[in-house]
Ligand binder design. Structure first.
Ligand code: BT5
Length: 322
């Protein structure tokens, strides 16, 4: 009912709607209307009440509430179920817990703040409250685990597309999981999965995007590396619009992917790549290589051309652009 009251306020925005009208349209008492207004205010909605005139929505809070997001989603798989938390250790950890208990494909776990946000290989992902998008998506693709790497690339294209759509910034992709703007990292993706030899049980795509944060106050080890989108646009960016755009893009691309259309996604990836044809250093768990990032093959694997002209396939690692 609270959401219905909100819809009426939004429908009439920026005008007033009388308490009487709300109570008539929704079939609730005037006292109930008043109580719902109080609850909306507690959730951060700024509402003006004027006697004998009615209520008027002044401002919607910068929160990633489920009902606000649902209204913007066009997705058919993603966002079927939304789990929203003010604060959480890591949305990937919570998503894995839920997936283990059978959560459906398309479940999205969103948090305003992560106290234990994770990067790859046990690294920390800085996720301050309300300043970015920290969320995870549960997927259950019918693919073999060897094809799972491709989904990180699919996700990177979705994030880059969404950033371009909402901010107009030229988001680039650095293999395999970074979204860069002006050579600094604005977003990262952490893909985790549970699989058997020939079958994926579930995958969790964790996405972190710096939207409106002050990159001057970030921890020392990130200074000069991290970038927030608003720094480039010089205006505050709507986190909920960006979240919906990522989910809508990912939903579309995921369906293409499951229908065997990875080649088209890979060429979109290559177009936005800032890695290809550059001299790079790749640090993998046991090796360090340098060379030209020659290509990404059909499996999403980086092909490095070394100084002596030999080619090396690299499945995972950290790339630095030289
Ligand atoms: C990543 O790891 O880029 C994956 C980040 C995934 C974060 C999302 S948020 C929602 C979901 N829940 C989670 O717990 N995680 C996912 P990696 O490539 O390993 O990069 C980590 C490195 O990036 C760190 O060592 C820092 O140097 C840097 N870093 C940490 N926080 C950052 C931030 N907010 N912005 C830019 N760089 C950051």
């Amino acid at each position: 009912m609270k959401t219905k009251v909100l819809s009426l306020l939004k429908k009439n925005y920026p005008d007033y709607v009388s308490g009487e009208e709300i109570s008539r349209q929704l079939g609730i008492s005037r006292t109930a209307v008043w109580k719902h207004m109080r609850k909306l205010k507690e959730s951060g909605y700024e509402i003006e009440a004027r006697s004998k005139v009615g209520y008027r929505l002044i401002q919607t809070p910068d929160r990633l509430y489920e009902h606000e997001l649902t209204a913007l989603l066009k997705a058919s798989v993603l966002g079927k179920k939304i789990v929203y938390r003010e604060t959480v250790g890591s949305t990937n950890e919570l998503a894995k817990e839920l997936a283990q208990k059978g959560a459906q494909q398309g479940t999205v776990v969103i948090a305003e703040e992560q106290t234990g946000g994770k990067g790859r290989m046990g690294r920390i992902w800085y996720s301050p409250a309300g300043q970015g998008l920290w969320f995870s998506v549960i997927l259950r693709p019918r693919i073999s685990p060897v094809d799972a790497t491709k989904l990180t690339l699919v996700c990177a294209v979705a994030v880059a597309n969404a950033v371009r759509e909402i901010t107009g910034l030229a988001a680039g992709i650095k293999w395999p999981n970074d979204i860069l703007i002006d050579n600094r990292k604005a977003a990262g993706i952490l893909t985790e999965m549970s699989a058997e030899i020939d079958k994926v049980n579930y995958m969790v795509l964790g996405i972190g995007i710096n939207v409106n944060f002050n990159s001057k106050t970030v921890p020392a080890d990130m200074a000069g590396i991290a970038m927030s989108l608003d720094e480039q646009t010089n205006t505050k960016i709507s986190r909920i619009d960006l979240l919906a755009a990522v989910l809508n893009n990912l939903d579309m691309l995921y369906q293409d992917f499951t229908q065997g259309k990875f080649a088209a996604i890979l060429s979109a990836w290559k177009e936005m790549s800032v890695t290809l044809n550059r001299w790079v250093k790749v640090v993998s768990p046991n090796t360090v290589d340098e060379g030209i990032a020659f290509d990404i093959d059909d499996e999403g694997i980086l092909i490095l051309m070394k100084k002596d002209g030999s080619m090396k396939r690299i499945l995972s690692g950290d790339v630095s652009l030289r």
